[in-house]
Structures are given as structure tokens and as C-alpha cells.
Design a protein around this ligand. Structure first.
Ligand code: 5AD
Ligand code: SF4
Ligand code: FES
Length: 346
């Protein structure tokens, strides 16, 4: 088994069968994590890139079975930030030194493309890269958003298992989701994806397929998080995903896609109080601290127990900065593009 991992360090390739074998075997976990840590250091160095997350609307027309923001959840108190609030939160993030703003929301049609375009243009007047995480839109809409200055886009595939995808996502299709990702790549967005680990009925085989899909897509960023069960969703009563298994999927993704950006996800920290630091030492090189202000944070309850819901942007920036330095890593001073896409903006 260690031979397989050694091979992956050299070739950045593993077959589905090999991936599944590694996922199944827990005796090699530490070896896997340190291999991913080595590959991370060799290809993307010791910098940790910070991305400032603004959760600008928790209104969503979809009904993903796992998510607290799903349209049918009547216990979720909905909000939408105004244009002025978004710009203000973004400016504050810039003042804190962030070089990337991530604008994330549910699939909220109130934010039509032209309106989003106005906001993007304002945010881009400051010296930042801009990432959108707003779900599925048409090719033309993505094209407009790119043209007005959005640099990156996050759209997790969630699972590549067709049957599971159908069960978890009413009225959605895996094929459309993949098409969105290929459209984003074609338009020149740095394209991020990722998956959930621990969906009911998900197999190790299907997680291996997810990793191979990331490679096939040549994703620029991959975010992986364990499922955290939300009681106001159809997954109520199920078990949470495993922190360790999510970490393994993440580490294997680093071995196969050595130069991409990989966040230490908030969901990992929710299941393990030291989760993000452990992730940063097992292949991750990005953290996405929350810069949403006021009581909007609590209301963006994708899953329960989300960290930092009572904290401020300043508190989180200080907290994560210290943690990163305490493990001998540095904080990225630039936009943090994938090395092969590196560019000057503005
Ligand atoms: N637990 C963990 N992650 C979740 N997401 C949605 N609901 C949950 C949950 N219950 C993730 C999805 C989505 C991202 C924004 O949050 O993967 O893409
Ligand atoms: Fe909406 Fe995204 Fe939640 Fe699905 S995962 S319900 S699209 S916010
Ligand atoms: Fe928010 Fe630590 S990152 S308090």
C-alpha cells in the first residue's frame, strides 16, 4: 500500500482500484497525509492563501437533501444583502489585507446577472481577485460575469455517482452540473469544484470516481468536506460524514492534482476543533475565513455547528493568521492563482 502512495508521489496517477484500496485501508493514513503534505510543499510552497467569504444571500430555489438553505426549509430565516452591504463587507476585507473576495449565495434569482455584474464591477475597483459561488447559470450568464471581472468560480459536483446525485438533488442533473463546470473552464474562469463525503449510500468506489473526475476536469481548486447532518432536511437522523475519510479524499486529490489550490474547509473544522490545521498539514493550502458581518452569519446555516457564527471579520482574520504562523507556514501576499494560471490583475 505504501508503494502505491510512493508511486502517486512520483506519477500523480492512481487507478480507481488503487484509490479505493487506499481509501479502505486506515493503517496507512499517516503515511498518506504526510505524502500529501510533501507534494503540497513541493508544488505550491508554504504559503497559505486566504479567501474572504461573503455570504450574500441564503435564499435558494433548490432543494438539495443535505442543505439547511434548501427552499423547503421553513425554519431558515432568509436574508439578502444589499449592494451597498456587499461592497462595504468587501471593502472591509480588503482593509484586512485579503487578496480574494468570494461571493457565495444560494441559487437566488433575485440577483440577476446584470445586477451581479454591477456589484462585481464595484468590488473589482479594489485590488482583489473575485470568486463567485452562486450555483448553476447559463453559458451566456457565466460569460457576462466573466467579462465584468469575475476571476474564479466554485461549483462543487457534490457526487459523481449518478443515482446518488439524483436522490440528493431533486429536479437537478449530474450531466447539467458537469456541463456548467466545462462551460466555466471554457470561459477562462479558474474553476473550483469538490464533493461531500459521507452522503447516505455513498461508496468508496464513488469517492474514487469523484477524485478521478477532478483530474479529468483539471480543476484549479477542490474543496472537500464531510457531510454534517442538518435536522431540518430530509437527511435528518443520518450519521455525519467521517472527518478522517474526508481528509483522505483531500490528500489523494493533492497527490493526483499536485499544483491546485485546496482549501481546509470549514466543515472539517466543525467536526474537529483542529480540523483546518490538520487539513493544512495533509495537503491543503487555502483557508476561507468568513467576512460576513452582523447576524447574517448565523442565518447562513448550511449545516449546524458552523464555526465562527458569533465572531467578527477582524477576530477571524487574527485567529486564522496566528494558527497558520504557529505551524510554520506563511500567509500568501498575492492573489493565489494556481501557479500555471498566475497572472497580474488590474
Ligand atoms: N454538510 C456539509 N456540507 C454541506 N454543504 C451543503 N450542505 C452541507 C451539509 N449539510 C456544502 C455543499 C455546497 C457547499 C456550499 O456546502 O457541498 O456545495
Ligand atoms: Fe441551495 Fe447550494 Fe444548499 Fe443546494 S447546496 S440547497 S443549491 S445553497
Ligand atoms: Fe473565526 Fe477562528 S477563524 S474565530
Amino acid at each position: 500500500m505504501k508503494n502505491l502512495i510512493d508511486k502517486a508521489i512520483q506519477t500523480h496517477n492512481l487507478s480507481k482500484k488503487e484509490l479505493t484500496e487506499i481509501l479502505k485501508e486506515d493503517s496507512i493514513n499517516e503515511y498518506l497525509f504526510s505524502a500529501a503534505n510533501e507534494v503540497r510543499e513541493k508544488f505550491v510552497g508554504n504559503e497559505v492563501h486566504l479567501r474572504a467569504l461573503i455570504e450574500f444571500s441564503n435564499i435558494c430555489k433548490r432543494n438539495c437533501f443535505y442543505c439547511g438553505l434548501r427552499a423547503e426549509n421553513k425554519n431558515c430565516e432568509r436574508y439578502r444583502l444589499s449592494k451597498a452591504e456587499i461592497i462595504n463587507f468587501s471593502q472591509h476585507a480588503v482593509d484586512l489585507g485579503y487578496k480574494t473576495i468570494v461571493m457565495q449565495s444560494g441559487e437566488d434569482d433575485y440577483f440577476k446577472t446584470d445586477y451581479l455584474a454591477e456589484i462585481i464591477q464595484e468590488v473589482k475597483k479594489t485590488d482583489v481577485a473575485l470568486t463567485l459561488s452562486i450555483g448553476e447559470r447559463t453559458f451566456e450568464e457565466y460569460k457576462t460575469l466573466k467579462a465584468v471581472g469575475a476571476d474564479r468560480f466554485l461549483l462543487r459536483i457534490e457526487t459523481t455517482d449518478e443515482e446518488l446525485y439524483r436522490k440528493m438533488h431533486p429536479k437537478m442533473s449530474l450531466e447539467k452540473r458537469k456541463q456548467c463546470l466545462y462551460n466555466l473552464k471554457k470561459l477562462g474562469f479558474e474553476t473550483g469544484s469538490g464533493c461531500l463525503v459521507g452522503l447516505p449510500g455513498q461508496t468508496l468506489d464513488s469517492l474514487a470516481d469523484d477524485i478521478l473526475f477532478f483530474k479529468e476536469l483539471d480543476a484549479d481548486m477542490i474543496g472537500i468536506g464531510p457531510l454534517i447532518v442538518h435536522k431540518d432536511t430530509p437527511l435528518k437522523g443520518n450519521e455525519n460524514g467521517s472527518f478522517t475519510l474526508a481528509l483522505k479524499v483531500m490528500a489523494l486529490t493533492r497527490l493526483l492534482l499536485p499544483d491546485i489550490n485546496i482549501p481546509a474547509t470549514t466543515a472539517m473544522e466543525t467536526l474537529n476543533p483542529n480540523g483546518r490545521i490538520i487539513a493544512l498539514q495533509s495537503g491543503a493550502n487555502v483557508v476561507m475565513p468568513n467576512v460576513t458581518q452582523g447576524d447574517y452569519r448565523q442565518k447562513y446555516e448550511i449545516y449546524p455547528g458552523k464555526i465562527c457564527v458569533n465572531d467578527t471579520p477582524d477576530k477571524c482574520r487574527g485567529c486564522i493568521g496566528e494558527k497558520i504562523l504557529s505551524i510554520g507556514r506563511t500567509i500568501g501576499q498575492n492573489y493565489g492563482f494556481r501557479p500555471k494560471n498566475r497572472k497580474e490583475i488590474k
